[in-house]
Design a protein around this ligand. Structure first.
Ligand code: NAD
Ligand code: LMR
Length: 328
């Protein structure tokens, strides 16, 4: 018997990430090859954006995806988020060369108060929300705080791109396949302060730390490469990452919905005090997912260097959150 369609809202649907994302959701790569979806697409009311959205919808139609049970175009979050089961909040201004993601806070923060309130009013009571628009952690925090009637744990920020970037660097360094990597973690903010941590990681069952055995590489090559990868892509492309960002969004939602079979992945989630992070801070943690719920991996030892790194990214997040207090 075929499953009942679920509603998936995507904002910024006519943007570059949207274009790399929607077709994969519609083909079943996010929620499974047996799960029909209704896409509820939001763009700004601007005529150009709405026309571009029409074009994307025409292309979605032309794919004749068997799992695509409906497509809606919206210019108002109050209709776009109606009864939605999943919401991917992508729509926001991207940074250009020379900017940090935190520089986007002033431009983008307001979007997430409006959208958080709209989710609060009209979305499914168990909507699962992923914030991609930057600065992703703080925007997710704003949306969560603007939606007091929804479970706070259902608001998440995207750190999966950082996780995937870290995995790829480790695979290259060890000369092994990325598929063999387990137990990798990225702590904190989606910003250059993030702490990509392979102390617990294994590759094909062997400890990554022992295989690499190069603390200088960890500190002076690996961490800056992963932390500044977004800027490197902007410098090379003249535009921020899009296909890899869309891919990470698919990975994040798929794993949350369908489970990780014990594997660790990284999600930005509101803290409950784990590892000394103050409650509600939207923090990148290693998690496992099962039955549609994520669980933070607990009990990991935090050594002195790791604590320094975690404190640094936490301080940045706390400052960002203090900077948006007036919006909440
Ligand atoms: P883009 O400019 O190509 O597209 C953004 C789209 O969002 C535009 O079509 C715009 O009209 C729309 N939009 C703006 N405000 C909106 C609103 N209030 N409601 C609905 N739609 C709105 O940008 P992009 O490259 O797709 O990037 C989108 C965001 O994702 C940026 O903030 C970027 O920095 C961020 N990003 C995050 C990650 C991550 O890992 N978390 C990775 C890559 C990009
Ligand atoms: C990325 O990490 O590629 C995105 O957050 C875009 C950016 O501004 O770096």
């Amino acid at each position: 018997m075929s499953k009942k369609p679920v509603r998936v809202a995507v904002t910024g649907a006519a943007g570059q990430i949207g274009y790399a994302l929607l077709f994969r959701i519609a083909s079943g790569e996010m929620l499974g090859k047996d799960q029909p979806v209704i896409l509820q697409l939001l763009e700004i009311p601007d005529e150009k954006a709405q026309n571009a959205l029409k074009g994307v919808i025409m292309e979605l139609e032309d794919c004749a995806f068997p799992l695509l049970a409906g497509i809606e175009a919206h210019s108002d979050p109050m209709t776009a988020f109606k009864d939605t089961d999943y919401a991917l909040l992508v729509g926001a201004r991207p940074r250009g060369p020379g900017m940090e993601r935190a520089d986007l806070l002033a431009a983008n923060a307001q979007i997430f108060t409006v959208q958080g309130k709209a989710l609060n009013a009209v979305a499914s009571r168990n909507v699962r929300v992923l914030v991609v628009g930057n600065p992703a952690n703080t925007n997710a925090y704003i949306a969560m705080k603007s939606a007091p009637d929804l479970p706070a744990k259902n608001f998440t920020a995207m750190l999966r791109l950082d996780h995937n970037r870290a995995a790829s660097q480790i695979a290259a360094k060890t000369g092994k396949a990325v598929a063999g990597i387990e137990k990798l973690a990225v702590w904190g903010n989606h910003s250059p302060t993030m702490y990509a941590d392979y102390r617990f990681a294994t590759i094909d069952g062997q400890p990554v730390k022992a295989l690499i055995n190069d603390e200088e590489w960890n500190r002076n090559t690996f961490l800056p490469t992963v932390g500044k990868r977004g800027a490197a892509i902007i410098a090379a492309r003249g535009l921020s990452s899009a296909a890899s960002a869309a891919n990470a969004a698919i990975d994040h939602m798929r794993d949350w919905a369908l489970g990780t079979q014990g594997k660790w992945v990284t999600m930005g989630v509101p803290s409950n005090g784990e590892y000394g992070i103050p409650k509600e801070v939207m923090f990148g943690y290693p998690v496992t997912c099962e039955n549609g719920e994520y669980k933070i991996v607990e009990g990991l030892e935090i050594d002195e260097f790791s604590r320094e790194c975690i404190n640094k990214t936490l301080n940045e997040l706390t400052e960002e959150q203090a900077g948006v207090k007036h919006l909440l």
